[in-house]
Ligand binder design. Structure first.
Ligand SMILES: Nc1nc2c(ncn2[C@@H]2O[C@H](COP(=O)(O)OP(=O)(O)OP(=O)(O)O)[C@@H](O)[C@H]2O)c(=O)[nH]1
Ligand SMILES: [Mg+2]
Length: 210
């Protein structure tokens, strides 16, 4: 059977580099010193080879300005993993992730009681030169444990460090939790339920007409 897209959603405060991460990772675009704010939400499709297997990713890039938007529910629908980005030079952008997490929790699905993974990404590491610094990484892991993120990784959308790792880490976790299969089953059972209901409705109408 043709495999569906794995939907990922990237969130975080405005200016942390979400769009730049996608531009560099998906299109290999050179960094732009000044980029436009995302309006609403964009999405890109990318076919990737991960662990020797081709996968199709559908990545939604939500503007930082959308945090309180009623559309968040729609952006998050069907997501199998959420990437929470913060800026290594902006402490506030990390603290705000807890607010983002609370909002996201309201709208994401569970599959057989299993949560979808939440990953933290510390971007703009080129500016702090603490890439792979032990203390920084320990701090990140502690933050993840305290607030229920499954992992935290570092990257720079400017020099491409760690970008591949961001997507490999979250997709590996989605696969480890069997979420692709569980989502497919859930969708199939929804379709067959709808078909049964539709049949029932048609029978009712028929009996009324005869
Ligand atoms: N030095 C450095 N600058 C970055 C990096 N990533 C993004 N930037 C810069 O940060 C600014 C904001 O980046 P965007 O990707 O537009 O931020 P965003 O998170 O998509 O912001 P919204 O669309 O408003 O939510 C831009 O000027 C980028 O050039 C990085 O890894 N290093
Ligand atoms: Mg953007």
């Amino acid at each position: 059977m043709e495999q569906n897209y794995i939907k990922l959603v990237i969130v975080g405060e405005s200016g942390v580099g979400k769009t730049q991460i996608l531009n560099s990772y998906c299109f290999g675009l050179a960094p732009q010193a000044a980029s436009d704010f995302t309006i609403g939400c964009d999405y890109v499709l990318k076919r990737v080879l991960l662990n020797g297997k081709f996968l199709k990713l559908q990545i939604w890039d939500v503007s930082g300005a959308e945090r309180e938007s009623p559309l968040m529910k729609i952006y998050l629908k069907g997501a199998l993993g959420i990437v929470f980005v913060f800026d290594a030079t902006n402490e506030m952008s990390r603290q705000q992730l807890v607010k983002w997490q609370n909002i996201v929790y309201q709208y994401v699905d569970e599959y057989n009681g299993r949560h979808i993974p939440f990953l933290i990404v510390q971007n703009k590491m080129d500016l702090v030169q603490q890439y792979e610094d032990q203390n920084q990484q320990q701090f990140l892991q502690q933050f993840c444990q305290t607030f229920g993120f499954f992992d935290g990784v570092q990257c720079s959308a400017f020099d491409n460090q760690g970008l591949k790792n961001v997507f490999e880490t979250i997709v590996d976790e989605i696969i480890r939790r069997d979420l692709v299969e569980l989502q497919q089953k859930k969708n199939e059972s929804k379709i067959s339920k709808l078909q049964i209901e539709d049949k029932g409705l048609k029978l009712k109408q028929k009996s009324r007409c005869s």
